[in-house]
Design a protein around this ligand. Sequence first.
Ligand SMILES: Cc1cc2nc3c(=O)[nH]c(=O)nc-3n(C[C@H](O)[C@H](O)[C@H](O)COP(=O)(O)OP(=O)(O)OC[C@H]3O[C@@H](n4cnc5c(N)ncnc54)[C@H](O)[C@@H]3O)c2cc1C
Length: 468
Amino acid sequence: MADYDYDMLVIGSGPAGQRAAIRAAKLGKRSGLIERKAVVGGICINLGTIPSKTLREAVIYLSGYRLRSIYGESYTVKQNITMDDLLFRTDYVVRHEIDVTRHQVQRNGVELINAEASFVDPHTLRLAMVDHSGERIATAANILIAVGTEATRDPKIPFDGQNVFVSDDVLSLKKLPRTLAVIGAGVIGCEYASIFATLGVRVTLIDRAHRLLPFVDAEVIEALDYHLRESRMTLRFGETVSGVELVPNGADSRVKIHLASGKEIVAEKALYSIGRTGATARLNLAAAGLKADDRGRIKVNEHFQTEVPNVYAAGDVIGFPSLASTSLEQGRLAACYAFGIEAKSTPELFPYGIYTIPEISYVGKNEEELTAANVPYESGKASYREIARGQIIGDNIGMLKLLFHRETREILGVHIIGESASELVHIGQAVMSLNGTIDYFVNTVFNYPTLAECYKNAALDGVNRLCG
Ligand SMILES: Cc1cc2nc3c(=O)[nH]c(=O)nc-3n(C[C@H](O)[C@H](O)[C@H](O)COP(=O)(O)OP(=O)(O)OC[C@H]3O[C@@H](n4cnc5c(N)ncnc54)[C@H](O)[C@@H]3O)c2cc1C
């Protein structure tokens, strides 16, 4: 290893890259983290996870959403909410997170290199320095590609970042629209559609599929579907967009969306959200002996190793599940493997959080998967409105469902929709990781009043169903 400049060079400072670079440094290795943007943190901190979740929280607070069931549907904390109101909170959190990340990287002795990297050979990178000081060549025993993704754009669509925009542009919007069309009902499309709808924007959500988020439990999706329609959202399923037209008229410009079925949807703005493409186009992968697929993604084995043994890839650039949480873990595991350190993880039990309004989270299998696999399961449910905490916080719509094996009573899945779903799911995840059964929840005392009590109510419901 002594012949190389670094033991590990990481391309991209998102969750996967940071975690890998820090892990390598903690193992006493010479570790460099290359980032082409002026700030660290990747899409996660600067344009994706953190800003969208902060924007959501600002919308929920300012719109009075949480307390509408108590004070009435017209209750708001602030009337005429503007983009500036929302960005005030978002900017504050993003700045803080960038600072924390930069500090962590520096404190752990990782060299931060502000440059765009591309391959010269499997051990050598060309670094185009962002400060325009020219190019530098750097070599490393191991290289990790953690370049993440970019919003997919169709060249036929007239993107202008304001009227027709992608999720990476949301923070740059100057004005909130009165009407919005969201093309693509994946996780990001659904999240933003529900955030804008909560602000009172009339949203039309369009997708080719015939239901929302097909990988989520059908009963949870039925509930989401109902609440999105309640927020006056129009859902257009089974529709293919054949064209998007910008009809400019100064402040009154409109976007016209043509559907293959012959329908037209007219809105003030359109969010195009049909997926993300791996940011590999400028990496010169061929020089490393690698090739990305047609969505810019790189294939890896279970150790996050590409076909070239010293080149690793982690995070969104390797595809599913494309979450910040799993990217962090992949980065750590890749660095450990590269330096021969044994590291364990339970990837099959990662929780999925979908920050629509209302929020969804789950871990393990859903009813459709268990039915398809002929697993004899039973379910138990609890509604937030039946427990005191649900009433106190004004969440009448939440629901928690436990799925468990009828014979072994082992917990097979936890599915939640409602306030704090993405926090509550970890109780179920812990019990599942320890091979716990439904009886754990029946016999456990929970704080009162809490949403966690739903676990006990759902478990009692499930056990009762076993008796008929
Ligand atoms: C709107 C939105 C909301 C999301 N919400 C959630 C959520 O709630 N929960 C969740 O878990 N996940 C969420 N995600 C997904 C999450 O953001 C990603 O899973 C995560 O950011 C992936 O991390 P990463 O390390 O792969 O790369 P990224 O965070 O994408 O970072 C990659 C970095 O690499 C840099 N880079 C690229 N090419 C080069 C190069 N050649 N040289 C130098 N640097 C380069 C880029 O500038 C970027 O900074 C969301 C994503 C979006 C877009």
